[in-house]
Structure formats: C-alpha cells, structure tokens
Unconditional design. Structure first.
Ligand code: PLP
Length: 388
C-alpha cells in the first residue's frame, strides 16, 4: 500500500540490529551452538566467542575483561548494581542517593529498597537537567551506601558530571554507580576516567538485540551474586550464557565506539532539527543545548497534546516518542520534564526525537515540515490556543 520510506527518529527507545551484528551472531545458531561450560571442542569454541565479546566490551569502556558481567538487559544491570550495593553495605550504611530524573529501572529499584527500610534521597536538577551539586553534597554522608546517578538522560539527553559526582561519593566512603545505557555508543565512556565502581549498559540501544546487557563491576567489589547457579560470570550470575547475543553485543559496542568520531554529523543533524522546530511559535527545547547526547532533541509545544502529535506524525511515517517509551502508555506527565520545571501542560505537549547515523538532512527537514503541519492542525482545533 505504502511505498514511502518511514523515518525512524526514536533511537533512544531502541535501535535496529545492524547487519554486521546479525552476521556475527548467525553462526552461533548454526555451527557454533556449544555450551561455553563444556570442556569439549564444541563448548570451548563457544567459550572463546564469549571471551572475545567480553574483551570487546571491556575495551569499549576502559576496563579489564574480568570486570564485565553479561546480563539480560540494562534494567537487570541497574537492579543488580543498586540492590547489590545496598545489601553489601546494609549493616553499616542504609542510605542511597539518586536523582529525580533517573530511568524507572533505577527509580523503581530504589523504591523497592525503601520498602526494605533503606532511606533514599532523590536529588533535584536545574532547568538544564543537571544534578544540583549542592543538594548532592548535602545528601551524601557517612550513612550513604551508594550514589546512583545516570550518565546521560534518556528523555532530555543531558550529560551529567559523573566524575565529579563519583569524587563526592568516594570522599564520604560511598560506592558510585552510573546507568550509562544512553551514553555508551553515543559519547566516550571510560570507567576508570569516570572513577565509577559500577556502570550499566544495554545492547538494544546500540544496534545489538534486545535482551542483552552488561554490568561493569570494579575488581574487588564483592556485591552479592545476582543468580546463584552454575559457575557462569564467575559464579555471580549463573545461567548458561546467551552466546549469540553476547557475541552481538561485542560486535555492536566495538562498532559504536569506532564510529564515535562520526557523531559530529549526528550532532549537526540534531542542531538542524532543533533550529527547525524552534521556528514554531510557543516551542521550547528541554534539556541543556550544549551538554546533551548527540542525537537527542526534546521539544515542548504549548497548546497541543503529545500523544496526538505522536499519532499524527506516525501517520506521516515518522517514529518519535513522547518521552520514555516505558511511560508512553500512561497518561502521567514525564517525571523528567516536571523535574526541570516544565509545567504539566507543556510536559504533555512534548516530543522526543533521537537521531543516529542512519538519519539524513533530508529526513530532518521532512520531520520539521511534518511537525509544523500537525502542530498547526492541532492548534487550529484547540480552544485555548491564543493566536487564532
Ligand atoms: C533503555 C534504558 C534502560 C533499560 O534498558 P533495557 O535494556 O531496556 O532494560 C535503563 N536506563 C536507561 C537510561 C535507558 O535508556
């Protein structure tokens, strides 16, 4: 019916699996199907693939292979790091310091720990989405087990000063964890330079399949095991390895890091899209303009409903998001936008576009044209739009 190519501008929600990744994974379903724990040749071949992928992930984030643990997703990594740190230090320290703009995989994990009796402090952010450092300094104390602050925000793209935050955590003897799911593959990430004790990443945000992630755990840090079972992941996360997906993650993360210099082009697309969309009346950019992920654009359009915008854009062949994919089914306004001071009406009229290498200038121009059209249509129907 329709031949027009769709425009995908929702890479922060998920990314297509690249051809290179599919090709690297394919043999793991056919000739290389062994169990890495088996001592025979079939098993050892699979083990070599897992080892090679672990080395690639380690090289991408600047750690040793032994510090990389494969998990099933970013959410699992977030859960393991936060609950692990809390339970490791529970007898001495009962507080967790995080932020108001974390992903739900962090916020809901912290909420679960509150039910167990831990105290959680949710530090606020400024209008650009940056952590309030005074509030953070005041919150982190001798009772703090963990500071958990994301490296880059999934909705507004703001990049946090993780190195500085890690220093504050360590000065008071707390551990430092960062959810870097949006950062890895989009900006340089080096766990040693950042000084973090744990870092989460996810495959499907960087052109590997859904259902694979990793957690960096600094050598010597003994958070409790996630899954007791066999000796996989040094006995800390049992369960036979997902060899194909692990291989896919290795190739995807190596590719993503190799392509980081090309992010300058994505950043230029982002600027073009922001400039184009801000020509619409009653529009504003959410998040800091400079210190943001190369592909992230988040704009509020007053007097329109984000859901309506999204559906009309979808009919025009454009995939965007109203915020985080996880909350797009609920009518709750984005907790991130409310935290940076966007009022509730404008929060409901916000769109996120997340660009990647595959997008083009022509696509950006088409997006601007389509958004202008649908915003004007919706505003023409709005009883509260002033410029009628
Ligand atoms: C997508 C995302 C997650 C969750 O990762 P999954 O692999 O989908 O579980 C966690 N944190 C951030 C910032 C994300 O963008």
């Amino acid at each position: 019916m329709e031949n027009k190519k769709r425009i995908y501008a929702d890479h922060a929600a998920t990314t297509p699996v690249s051809r290179e990744v599919i090709e690297a994974m394919a043999p793991c379903f056919s000739e290389l199907w062994g169990n890495p724990s088996s001592l025979h040749t079939d098993g050892q071949r699979a083990k070599e693939l897992v080892d090679a992928a672990r080395a690639k992930v380690a090289a991408a984030i600047g750690c040793e292979p032994a510090e990389v643990y494969f998990t099933s997703c970013g959410s699992e990594s977030d859960n393991w790091a936060i609950k692990g740190a809390a339970h490791l230090l529970a007898s001495k320290r009962k507080k967790i310091v995080t932020s108001k703009i974390e992903h739900h995989a962090v916020l809901h994990t912290c909420a679960a720990l509150e039910k167990e009796g831990f105290e959680v402090v949710y530090v606020g952010v400024d209008a650009g989405g940056f952590i309030d450092m005074d509030e953070l300094r005041a919150a982190v104390d001798e009772n703090t087990a963990l500071v958990a602050i994301m490296m880059a925000n999934n909705e507004i793209g703001t990049i946090e000063p993780i190195r500085e935050i890690a220093e504050i955590a360590h000065e008071r003897g707390a551990l430092m964890f960062t959810d870097a799911v949006q950062a890895v593959g989009n900006i340089p990430v080096d766990v040693k330079a950042l000084g973090v004790d744990m870092l989460a990443l996810s495959g499907h945000k960087l052109h590997a399949p859904k259902g694979i992630g990793a957690l960096y755990i600094r050598k010597g840090l003994r958070i409790p095991n996630l899954i007791d079972g066999g000796g996989q992941e040094k006995g800390r996360r049992g369960g036979t390895e997902n060899v194909p997906y692990i291989v896919g993650l290795g190739v995807a993360i190596e590719d993503a890091v190799a392509k980081l210099p090309e992010m300058a082009r994505v950043r230029a697309l982002r600027e073009r899209l922001i400039d184009g969309l801000l020509t619409l009346p009653y529009s504003r950019l959410n998040g800091d303009r400079e210190c943001r992920l190369p592909g992230n654009v988040n704009i509020s359009f007053s007097f329109v409903e984000g859901e309506s915008l999204l559906l009309l854009l979808d009919m025009e062949g454009i995939s965007a998001s109203t915020g985080s994919a996880c909350s797009s089914n609920s009518l709750e306004a984005s907790h991130v936008l409310l935290s940076i001071g966007v009022d509730i009406e404008d929060a409901h009229g916000s769109l996120r576009f997340s660009l990647s290498h595959s997008n083009t200038e022509d696509e950006v121009d088409s997006i601007v044209k389509a958004v202008r059209g649908v915003v004007e249509r919706l505003r023409a129907m709005s009883p509260i739009y002033p410029a009628k």
